[in-house]
Ligand binder design. Structure first.
Ligand code: ATP
Ligand code: MG
Length: 579
C-alpha cells in the first residue's frame, strides 16, 4: 500500500514540525506552553477549559453549537458556558457536597451535560459520564463501583432505569433532573440553576487531585474505572493541538459521546482548552444528518471512529453527492484499527485522508498518531506523540525485552505523561500489573517499522496462533474488507487439532449483496491471495451485524465465547448484537 503524502508544505491548518517543537521536550512542558497564564500553585481542568478564556477576553466566542434532535440549533458562548458551569458548581456546594465528591451523569448530549462536566471540575469534584443508553444494571454497577454522590439525569431515564434501585446506593445524596420538574426525592435542575449565583471561583486544585473517572469500553472483559487527575489537562491541551490541529477559533466536531473517554477528552476538555468552537449533535448516527452538519456548520476538523467510517463506506460515494465538504481541513479516527481501505476511500471522497490515532481510556489522551507533520502509511497508527516514548516489548525470563523493528510484541509506553491513569478504582492489583521494568503495558500487540511507524496487530487476547504463525485479526479483517461485497469483518481463532488454531471470520455485506456459497468462496479466495493459505480464514460466515460495544468496537471475545459454547462474560457495554 502506498504512502499518502501530507507533508508540512500541504498544511493549511496549524502544522508543526517535530524539530520546531523541540524533540526532547516533555509533554508537561508542551502543555504548559499552551495554557497561557497557568498559575504555578494550582491547576484546574474546568478553569482552563472555560473561565480562562473569559478572563482573557474571549467570552463572546462561541464555545459550543448544540444541534438538538427537536429544538433546533443553539450557540453557547464561552461566557455562557462559564456562567452555567459556575451555577452548577455553586449548586453542588449549596447541597453540602465538598471537594472530591463524585458526580455521575447519565443523559444525552445536551448543554446541561457540558455545564455539569465543567461545573463539577471547577468545583474540585470528580466527574464520571455514563452512556444514557446503558440499561439499569450497567448504570447501577458503575455508580456502585464509583461511590456516586450525585447523579444528573433526565426524568424519563430516572423513572425507567434508576428509581427502582436508587435507595440501594447509600452514597447517593442528590439526584438532579434536567428540565423544570422532577420526581419525588429529586431536584429539577432548570429552576435550581436559575436560583443559584453564577459567581464562582474555580477551586485551586492540585495536579494530583482526582478529576475524572472513566470506565473502559468493556471490549475484553469487565469494564475498569480509570482515575485521572487535574494535571491531565496539560496533555489534553497539547495532544489536541498537535494530533488534531485544534487551534483557537476553528470549528471542530468530535462525534463520540462523553460516555466513552474520547467524547470527554476530545469532545469536551481538549477542544475547549484549545478555544475551538465545537459542534455537539444530540442525535445518533445518521448519514444524511452527518453530511448536512459538515456542510452547514462548515466543520474544519472532524474526529470520528472506524465503525462510523465503515458505515459511510457502506453507503457509498453516492450518498455524499450534493454535499459540499470544502470547509474540511483535517480528519482523524480512533477506537479501532482503521483499515487502509478506509484511509484511501476518505481521501477520494473528502479529498482528505482520515488520520488514525491510538490511545486508551487508561492513557487519557492520544499516544500514537498520524499527524499533519508526517506522511500517512495507510493501515499504520502513526508515530508516538511529542513527549511520548513508545516501544515494543516481550516478556523474557521474567523481565521485558525491547524488540527489534519489524518484530511483533506488546505495545508499551514509558510512564509519566500527565493524562496517565492513576489507578483502577478498587483494583489496585490489576493496575499494578500494568507496569513492569519502567514500562506501562497496553495489552495491545503491535509492530514498529524501520521508519518508526507503529502498526496495530490486535489485542493480546485476540491473537490467533496457527501452525506456528501469529495472526492478528486486524490483518485478516483488512484483507476481507478489500472485497467489494464486504462491509465489516471480525476474525477469531478456533481450536484445530493439527494447526492449534485456525482463523474463522464473520462478515457483513454491503447493501444489495446476498450471502451465497459462491460469494464465500470468492471472499476466501481473495483472502488467500492477500494473506496466504496459512493465515486466511478457513471458514467465513455471513452476519447482518457484528456484536459491538457502545463505543463501536467489535467484541471478538463474544464471537469466540459463543463459538466455543463458553459463558459470555460481562456484556454490559454491548450495544449491537450479532444477527
Ligand atoms: P476494555 O479495556 O474494557 O476491554 P477497551 O480496551 O476497548 O475496553 P478503550 O479504552 O475504550 O476500552 O479502548 C482502547 C483500546 O481500543 C486500545 O487498547 C486498542 O485495543 C483499541 N484502539 C484504540 N484506538 C485504536 C487504533 N487507532 N487502532 C487500533 N486499536 C485501537
Ligand atoms: Mg482496554
Amino acid at each position: 500500500m502506498g504512502i499518502i503524502g501530507k507533508t508540512p508544505e500541504d498544511c493549511t491548518v496549524a502544522c508543526w514540525r517535530p524539530a520546531e517543537l523541540g524533540e526532547e521536550r516533555s509533554a508537561h512542558d508542551l502543555g504548559r506552553e499552551l495554557l497561557t497564564g497557568l498559575p504555578d500553585d494550582a491547576i484546574n481542568i474546568g478553569f482552563e477549559a472555560v473561565d480562562r478564556h473569559v478572563e482573557q477576553g474571549h467570552g463572546d466566542q462561541i464555545a459550543l453549537i448544540w444541534l438538538s434532535k427537536t429544538e433546533g440549533r443553539t450557540a453557547i458562548s464561552y461566557r455562557d458556558l462559564a456562567d452555567m458551569s459556575s451555577r452548577f458548581a455553586n449548586l453542588l456546594y449549596a447541597h453540602g457536597l465538598t471537594k472530591g465528591a463524585r458526580v455521575f451523569v447519565a443523559m444525552g448530549r445536551r448543554p446541561e451535560l457540558y455545564a455539569a462536566a465543567l461545573g463539577t471540575l471547577k468545583a474540585g469534584m470528580v466527574f464520571t459520564p455514563l452512556f444514557a443508553a446503558f440499561g439499569p444494571e450497567p448504570i447501577r454497577t458503575r455508580m456502585e463501583i464509583g461511590d456516586a454522590n450525585v447523579l444528573v439525569t433526565t426524568k424519563s431515564l430516572y423513572k425507567r432505569k434508576i428509581a427502582a434501585w436508587r435507595k440501594d446506593i447509600p452514597s447517593l445524596q442528590l439526584v438532579l433532573i434536567v428540565g423544570d420538574d422532577a420526581p419525588e426525592g429529586c431536584l429539577a435542575l432548570g429552576p435550581a440553576l436559575e436560583d443559584t449565583s453564577s459567581d464562582f471561583q474555580a477551586i485551586p486544585t492540585q495536579p494530583e487531585d482526582p478529576a475524572l473517572i472513566h470506565f473502559t469500553s468493556g471490549t475484553t472483559g469487565k469494564p475498569k474505572g480509570a482515575v485521572h487527575v487535574h494535571e491531565a489537562v496539560l496533555y489534553h491541551a497539547m495532544s489536541g493541538r498537535y494530533a488534531l490541529e485544534l487551534q483557537p477559533g476553528v470549528t471542530y466536531w468530535c462525534t463520540a459521546d462523553p460516555g466513552w473517554v474520547t467524547g470527554t477528552t476530545y469532545g469536551i476538555i481538549s477542544p475547549l482548552v484549545n478555544r475551538v468552537t465545537m459542534i455537539v449533535d444530540e442525535a445518533e448516527f445518521n448519514l444524511d444528518r452527518w453530511y448536512g452538519i459538515l456542510q452547514q456548520e462548515q466543520v474544519a476538523i472532524w474526529y470520528s471512529a472506524p465503525t462510523a467510517i465503515r458505515m459511510m463506506m457502506r453507503a457509498g460515494k453516492e450518498a455524499t453527492e450534493g454535499f459540499d465538504f470544502s470547509a474540511l481541513q483535517f480528519l482523524a479516527s480512533v477506537g479501532e484499527p482503521l483499515n487502509p481501505e478506509a484511509v484511501i476511500w476518505s481521501n477520494e471522497v473528502f479529498g482528505l485522508p482520515f488520520h488514525d490515532n491510538w490511545w486508551q481510556t487508561e492513557t487519557g489522551g492520544i499516544m500514537i498518531a498520524n499527524t499533519r507533520a508526517q506522511d500517512i502509511k495507510p493501515g499504520s497508527m502513526g508515530k508516538p506523540m511529542p513527549g511520548i516514548h513508545a516501544g515494543i516489548v516481550e516478556k523474557d525470563n521474567g523481565g521485558l525485552r525491547e524488540m527489534n523493528d519489524g518484530e511483533i510484541g506488546e505495545l508499551a509506553l514509558r510512564p509519566g505523561w500527565p493524562s496517565m491513569m492513576r489507578t483502577y478504582l478498587h483494583e489496585q492489583a490489576r493496575y499494578d500489573k500494568c507496569f513492569q521494568d519502567g514500562w506501562y503495558l497496553s495489552g495491545d500487540l503491535a509492530m514498529r517499522d524501520a521508519d518508526g511507524y507503529f502498526w496495530f496487530v490486535g489485542r493480546a487476547d485476540d491473537l490467533i496462533k496457527s501452525s506456528g504463525h501469529l495472526i492478528g485479526p486486524f490483518e485478516v479483517e483488512s484483507a476481507l474488507i478489500e472485497h467489494d461485497s464486504v462491509a465489516e469483518a471480525a476474525a477469531i481463532g478456533i481450536p484445530d487439532e493439527t494447526a492449534g488454531e485456525v482463523v474463522k471470520a464473520y462478515v457483513t455485506l454491503n447493501p444489495g449483496q446476498t450471502p451465497s456459497e459462491e460469494l464465500e468462496r470468492d471472499i476466501r479466495g481473495l483472502a488467500r491471495k492477500r494473506l496466504g493459505a496459512a493465515v486466511a480464514p478457513r471458514e467465513i460466515v455471513f452476519r447482518e451485524s457484528l456484536p459491538k460495544t457502545r463505543s463501536g468496537k467489535i467484541m471478538r471475545r463474544l464471537l469466540k465465547a459463543r463459538e466455543l459454547g463458553l459463558p459470555e462474560g460481562d456484556i454490559s457495554t454491548l450495544e449491537v448484537d450479532e444477527k
